[in-house]
Design a binder for this molecule. Structure first.
Ligand code: ADP
Ligand code: MG
Length: 377
């Protein structure tokens, strides 16, 4: 009776009683309810529209939260000279990696590098990481140690501290989720959305290699599955395979930009392909852009591999993913300081929004760039 009274009191006084009270709730009508619910396929909306839709009702409630959802990292002001940055990225077995060809060490390294890359994209320096790990009983202690050897190598390379995490069991393969913090002086932060008309669009390193490395690994996997005595033919493919398996975040460029006193007016890291990322910069900056096909940096090895696969190399650069290079815009004045930099290429410039996002081909035609990127759903 006393218990019934307690439940009654909770229902009346607290509309969220079901969440707050420790009475187990069984609802076997849930599958039927799900059937009756209106159903929009996630695929139909796409990743970015989905995030926008579910997060739009959230107002930032704390004065320290300067920027929430929408950039490469959240921005937090704790009152010092620097902003704090916070970002999360997850790697899932079967979606982001395949243990038939990903080494556990490389996987650990990559999980950290892709997170550090989001801090770099805000012009920040990474500081701490936490690691969420979901493991099935397929993994041994030694296997987990291998993952952590890679994580430790990345921590040493990027000078970040591993400060915590969470470990749980998984029924659906390995999941590694990393959160990273970083700092950036308040006057040096680069958002996605401050690119201005006529500024120069730059990219670091070269593009398309990670995508082509993945295609090579997938091809060799199929050969191996058809005939397990066949060993993978990876001679001469180290560069592109390495770019897929063990990408690097460009913190080196962030340090150099500081030394040269350059603050990119907009910046993003290239995780989903150049087309998708220039689209984000333009959308957030309310601008358009022209990119020159012949200026987009593609390594000779990537070029050869693309031709071998009969894919246009420029398509790999535009729509391949996981390069983790930086795409940024600078003023003409700042560009003067980096125009001879060996690892930075000027690939285009910002134009008015009405003129769209265009690729000027080698043949001199203007072709609209479609933001294809990776399809997660
Ligand atoms: P990136 O490719 O730079 O890691 P994403 O495309 O994953 O960025 O995310 C874009 C923005 O959306 C980021 O600000 C990220 O924090 C936010 N975001 C992504 N997924 C979610 C989610 N499930 N809930 C809230 N915010 C999210
Ligand atoms: Mg990013």
């Amino acid at each position: 009776m006393w218990r019934i009274f307690l439940v009654f009191k909770d229902v009346v006084l607290n509309p969220f009683w079901a969440f707050t009270h420790k009475i187990p709730i069984f609802d076997n009508s849930f599958p039927q309810k799900l059937k009756r619910m209106q159903r929009t396929e996630i695929q139909q909306l796409g990743e970015f529209a989905l995030i926008e839709k579910v997060t739009q009702g959230f107002k930032l409630q704390n004065k320290e939260s300067i920027l929430g959802v929408g950039d490469d990292a959240a921005v937090i002001d704790t009152g010092g000279e620097d902003y704090w940055l916070l970002s999360t990225d997850m790697l899932l077995e079967g979606v982001h990696f395949d243990l038939m060809y990903s080494s556990l060490k490389h996987l650990g390294y990559k999980a950290v590098a892709v997170n550090v890359s989001d801090i770099a994209a805000m012009n920040g320096i990474p500081k701490q990481i936490t690691i969420g790990l979901a493991l099935s009983n397929r993994f041994s202690v030694e296997a987990v140690e291998e993952i952590y050897t890679g994580i430790r190598a990345a921590c040493e390379n990027y000078q970040v501290d591993l400060v915590g995490g969470d470990t749980t069991s998984s029924r659906a393969g390995l999941v590694i989720s990393v959160s990273v913090t970083g700092t950036v002086p308040k006057n040096r932060i680069s958002y996605r959305g401050k690119a201005k008309h006529q500024e120069i669009v730059c990219v670091t390193g070269d593009l398309g290699a990670a995508f082509l490395g993945l295609q090579v690994l997938e091809q060799e996997k199929q050969v191996f599955l058809a005939n397990p005595d066949m060993q993978p033919q990876l001679e001469g493919k180290d560069y592109i395979v390495g770019r897929q398996m063990r990408p690097e975040a460009r913190t080196d460029i962030i340090h150099e930009l500081r030394e040269l006193d350059i603050v990119p007016t907009a910046m993003i890291d290239i995780s989903d392909g150049l087309a998708s990322e220039i689209f984000h910069i333009c959308k957030h900056s309310e601008s358009g852009a022209v990119l020159f096909e012949d200026k987009i940096p593609i390594d000779g090895k990537s070029y050869e591999q693309a031709i071998e696969f009969k894919i246009d190399p420029i398509t790999c650069a535009l729509n391949g993913g996981e390069d983790y290079e930086l795409l940024f815009t600078v003023t003409h004045q700042d560009f003067e300081k980096i125009k001879y930099h060996h690892s930075i290429s000027a690939i285009g410039y910002i134009i008015p929004k009405e003129d769209g996002i265009q690729l000027k081909t080698r043949g001199g035609n203007m072709v609209p760039i479609q933001a294809q990127g990776w399809k997660h759903f």
